[in-house]
Design a protein around this ligand. Structure first.
Ligand SMILES: [Zn+2]
Length: 616
């Protein structure tokens, strides 16, 4: 931890005299108060993990030992997080020691308190995972692209790593790691680390991650996968039947890294690879360092959905290099990443494409504000997630309101000043943690006061909704789409010469903006003309299915396609959009019928959200 949290430090030092608990412990508080971890890193903190595990696909259990180097500031205990783990045995400096698992908390799991001595530098925990694990998704062969071998992947963010490794699971605690992972011989393992490019004969894989990262970025995927390089530092992993398609789709990856470096400084993680997972992966992408995990739903065949790669790449700076101290500061990870993503897309494909992306986000934000109108506090950038699941904060506010704040700021200060500021911000905080208040201080000192600019930063960050000075984002392409739509609604006619030139983003904008009173006949006409029910672009298909549900359109087998889509794709954003449409259209019974079979294909983060949505 390079950077002290100044504000916390001052306030805690003032309190220190009345808190003389453990006499030997240094009074300097380096860390913010933990909200979603039992760890007390100021007392004793892990610095390096050595993971040695066996992965058994037959029993669907990971078992082994997590050994840590620790820094002990004189404490007699070190506290880790554990959830649904079976802890067998714990040692301190190689000698068996006592430990205690705390009371189970539904959201946080259990504290794992290990007795140590002042001289303890190493602890080791022997454990195995259980069927209740929330991070792991074990897939049978049928759930993969090739349908010949099983697959396993992990999803750590926000607080799920503790369900497959006993760990100090806090974004402000960074560790390096080594791992030995034993898997069935026909499979290959990859991690958020230095990775193999080929299968080996014995199924034992060694990993090394030398840059310190928070626990939520430790990731593992195992399957019958192959590697194909794009440049000497970028490439893709996928199953055999997908590898060529994925390689073609993501062939601009090196260009993206160069564009990103050009904006905000050198890429600090050496390698940037993407693994395309089976369709149940719950997110579009997850920015696991050196190896982004991605959904196959972005493989559209025309590179139209690759802004996802730009997004995950941008996280190599915002999120992975400079990490939110607590999940209340999640907007620092995501708002900056969306801003950076759109800048990369602009550098590669021009302003019009960038503005289309920004406008789609703007509409997402309006939808989110509407959805959260009963709980306006959840529309602030700085959240209060104490006692809640940090997953509650992972919505469009952090991403799209965060983006809009930075875009508005850019328009106020000018792009040159903005870029110089962001570059210095990333450099100053590299491989460490920051929080909202530190960011504001840095912003005031290094951008606003320096240039004598006043800006309503506090309103943007601490007030609900969107301030009045929000940047106005315009796209000529989208304005034309709106005209075409209006014209179709009025006349029932549509010019196919115009639509022939549309990008998938324009189609998405067209479909999403159907007026509420669009008729079934009109939808049928559009479907017959443009085969929207059969769209092979997952994004267009998803918004078309949403409209079909909302407007009770049942033509051209759309119901079968929707059911198939929901039974295959586990991407939470897509799945929840469609189940939400069923709920809005008062067709919940149909949703429940589909969910009966679909749920088994979802990762826990998707299943938990849908359970809640459908009141299960
Ligand atoms: Zn992100």
């Amino acid at each position: 931890m390079k950077k002290a949290l100044i504000l916390v430090l001052i306030s805690i030092l003032t309190l220190a005299s009345c808190q003389e608990t453990k006499k030997e412990i240094t009074s300097t508080k380096m860390y913010a108060v933990e909200l979603h971890s039992f760890a007390v890193p100021d007392d004793a903190v892990t610095t390096h993990l050595n993971l040695d595990i066996d992965v058994d696909f037959d029993t669907q259990v990971i078992s082994g030992t997590a050994s840590y180097d620790i820094t002990n500031n004189g404490a007699s205990q070190i506290i880790l997080d554990s959830k649904f783990l079976d802890i067998k045995d714990v040692t301190a400096n190689g000698v068996k020691t006592t430990f205690k698992l705390g009371k189970m908390n539904e959201k946080l799991g259990q504290s794992l308190t290990i007795d140590i001595k002042e001289s303890t530098t190493k602890i080791a925990i022997t454990y195995n995972t259980t069927a209740q694990t929330e991070a792991l998704q074990w897939l049978n062969a049928q759930q993969t692209a090739d349908k010949t071998h099983p697959f396993l992947f992990t999803q750590g963010q926000a607080i799920l790593t503790r369900t497959w490794i006993p760990i100090q699971d806090s974004p402000q605690i960074r560790i390096t790691y080594d791992a030995i992972v034993k898997v069935p011989k026909e499979l290959m393992a990859v991690m958020s680390a230095e990775n193999p490019k080929e299968k080996n004969a014995n199924g034992v894989y060694n990993f090394k991650m030398e840059q310190p990262i928070p626990a939520y970025l430790i990731a593992l995927a195992i399957g019958d996968i192959e590697y194909k390089g794009i440049s000497n530092r970028t490439g893709v992993y996928a199953e055999k039947s997908m590898i060529e398609k994925v390689h073609t789709e993501f062939s601009d990856m090196e260009k993206m890294v160069l564009a990103a470096e050009n904006l905000y400084g050198a890429y600090d993680w050496e390698q940037f690879d993407v693994i395309v997972l089976p369709p149940s992966f719950p997110f579009g992408g997850m920015e696991n360092p050196r190896l982004t995990f991605a959904t196959p739903t972005v493989i559209a065949g025309d590179k139209s959905l690759t802004s996802l790669v730009a997004h995950e790449l941008a996280h190599s700076w915002s999120g992975n290099l400079v990490t939110n101290a607590t999940w209340n500061d999640f907007w620092l990870n995501e708002g900056f990443t969306v801003y950076f993503e759109i800048r990369i897309m602009e550098a590669l494909y021009g302003k019009e494409r960038a503005n289309m992306l920004a406008l789609i986000g703007r509409q997402d934000l309006e939808d989110e504000l509407e959805a959260l109108k009963e709980t306006p506090n959840d529309t602030k950038l700085k959240l209060d997630l104490k006692g809640r699941n940090p997953d509650d904060g992972m919505n469009s506010i952090a991403y799209d309101k965060g983006y809009l704040f930075l875009r508005t700021l850019e328009e106020k200060v000018g792009r040159t000043e903005m870029d110089a500021f962001l570059k210095s911000y990333f450099k100053k905080n590299a491989f460490s943690t920051t929080n909202t208040e530190d960011f504001i201080t840095y912003l005031n000192t290094n951008l606003l006061e320096k240039n004598n600019i006043t800006f309503n930063t506090d309103e943007w960050i601490y007030q609900p909704g969107v301030p009045e000075n929000a940047a106005i984002i315009e796209s000529d392409a989208f304005s034309n789409v709106e005209k075409t739509l209006q014209n179709f609604i009025n006349t029932n006619k549509i010019d196919v010469d115009v639509t022939a030139k549309w990008t998938p983003q324009e189609w998405v904008h067209f479909v999403r903006n159907f007026p509420e009173d669009i008729s079934v006949d009109q939808m049928q006409k559009l479907d017959n003309t443009f085969s929207l029910t059969e769209s092979t672009n997952s994004y267009i298909a998803m918004v078309w299915y949403e409209q079909s549900i909302l407007n009770n359109y049942h033509g051209n087998n759309v119901d079968t396609n929707i059911s198939e889509f929901l039974n295959t794709v586990g991407r939470r954003w897509y799945v929840t959009t469609l189940f939400n449409a069923f709920a809005k259209a008062e067709r919940k019974q149909e949703a429940l019928e589909i969910y009966k079979t679909a749920r088994a294909n979802y990762h826990s983060v998707t299943a938990n959200t849908v359970d809640e949505m459908l009141g299960l």
